[in-house]
Design a protein around this ligand. Structure first.
Ligand code: ASP
Ligand code: MG
Length: 412
């Protein structure tokens, strides 16, 4: 008997049939003698619609009211899931974030979890009741509903798994695992049986949208074993789920690959702040206000220049572009730039692998491969286990395919 957390993403609960299908899966685990907590996302498309409504009414809407609106998607699904479970004879009860309570900080729209009180859930689960938690939401210090940022129900699930000391946290989604790259653009992508937290973290943060980045951070910190698996694979004949991909500690992996995966993101934009004075404090003058406005900056390059001015180029999430522009304009006097150039037609391509720590040549292979395809590199950044480049968005597929082959990742 084990205690497990099962999390179902939007496509897995997209309509009533799929909710019934999920309920049947949960029932199997209950009948196997496990204590089960379920975390659900909003039905697919719902959160997007809710976000769009907020944006249409006011592009710079109040973050508290945004949370009040977008948290409702998961509330609907949690109630429906509890009903579907009850309907097939499984005792179940739904929980909103505030009812647990799952406490967060006050950063509405991208709140961080402070604590979860798992006592009541543990008591009920021990009595055979399935706890169905509305993912993505919590309650802030102001007692108002908060949300954890897009894709946040993965983080709800990991946090719950940690609070309940669950054996593992199964993330059911519409893909059957974590691949060396996006199988939709590289037919020869391979499913990874295991990947380290660190690699997954880098892949998640650079555009592999299987798991929310923060969920992996939390899993790494709390040592929660995560498994990504499909809620669609029809494997009842096999008596259970097909194995997915496990996200685990590095020493659980014997054969480490040089490059575990290649990710891309088209959600970025490139901004160049032209002709700023080349003096101490200029980076702080630019990036301080941006940070203050909640704009996450990623890659940064500063040019040298002969005439006492320089250009500062950086990337940021494309949706943050209007906010960044406004912030820079508001601080124009203090920064002293001549103009702002923005290019949303860029893609970031990243190769990731813990093997890079001990092997050289990964970056040069990347640059050579892209050069051979005639792809220009606009910005480069590296970390201990990652090399990222910014290129024109139109070259995304070409670059990812070429790199996949270059690192020997293609499936046989
Ligand atoms: N429903 C939320 C979203 O679409 C949270 C989640 O699905 O994880 O971002
Ligand atoms: Mg998701």
């Amino acid at each position: 008997m084990a205690r497990i957390v099962m999390k179902f993403g939007g496509t897995s609960v997209a309509d009533l049939d799929r909710i019934r299908n999920v309920a049947a899966r949960v029932k199997r685990e209950v009948e196997a003698g496990h204590e089960v907590a379920v975390v659900v996302s909003a039905m697919s498309g719902v959160t997007n619609q809710l976000v769009a409504w907020c944006q249409q009414l006011s592009p710079l809407h109040d973050a508290r009211e945004y949370d009040a609106v977008v948290a409702t998607g998961e509330q609907v699904t949690s109630g429906l899931m509890a009903i579907a479970l009850q309907e097939i004879g499984v005792e179940a009860r739904s929980w909103h974030g505030w009812q647990i309570p799952l406490k967060t900080d006050g950063a509405h729209g991208k709140a961080r979890i402070d604590s979860i009180n798992g006592d009541e859930l543990i008591r009920r689960m021990a009595n055979g009741q399935v706890a169905v938690l509305a993912g993505f939401q919590g309650v802030g210090p102001d007692n108002r509903v908060t949300t954890l940022g897009r894709g946040g129900s993965d983080t709800s699930a990991v946090a719950l798994a940690a609070a309940l000391k669950a054996e593992r946290c199964d993330i059911y989604t519409d893909v059957d695992g974590i691949y060396t790259t996006d199988p939709r653009i590289v037919a020869k992508a391979r499913k990874l049986a295991k990947i380290t937290y660190e690699e997954m973290l880098e892949l998640a943060s650079v555009g592999a949208k299987v798991l929310q980045t923060r969920s992996v951070e939390l899993a790494m910190k709390e040592r929660v074993r995560m498994q990504v698996l499909s809620s669609f694979a029809d494997n009842t004949a096999l008596g259970g789920d097909l194995p997915g991909s496990l996200v685990v500690d590095e020493d659980e992996i014997v054969e480490k690959e040089l490059v575990a995966g290649i990710a891309y993101s088209r959600d970025e934009a490139k901004v160049t702040v032209r002709r700023v004075p080349d003096r101490p404090g200029i980076a702080a003058a630019i990036f301080g206000p941006l940070a203050g406005a909640g704009v996450n900056v990623d890659m940064i390059v500063q040019n040298i220049s002969a005439d006492g001015t320089t250009d500062m180029t950086f990337t940021l999430g494309r949706t943050d572009l209007p906010r960044a522009r406004k912030t820079l304009d508001d601080n124009r006097a203090a920064i002293g730039f001549s103009e702002i150039l923005a290019d949303p037609d860029v893609a970031k391509i990243s190769v990731v692998g813990v093997g890079m720590r001990s092997h050289s040549g990964v970056a040069s292979t990347m640059f050579r491969t892209l050069a051979d395809k005639g792809i220009n590199i606009q910005v480069i950044s590296t970390s201990e286990i990652k090399v990222s480049v910014l290129i024109g968005a139109e070259y995304t597929e070409l670059a990812v395919r070429a790199l996949h082959t270059a690192y020997g990742l293609d499936a046989a």
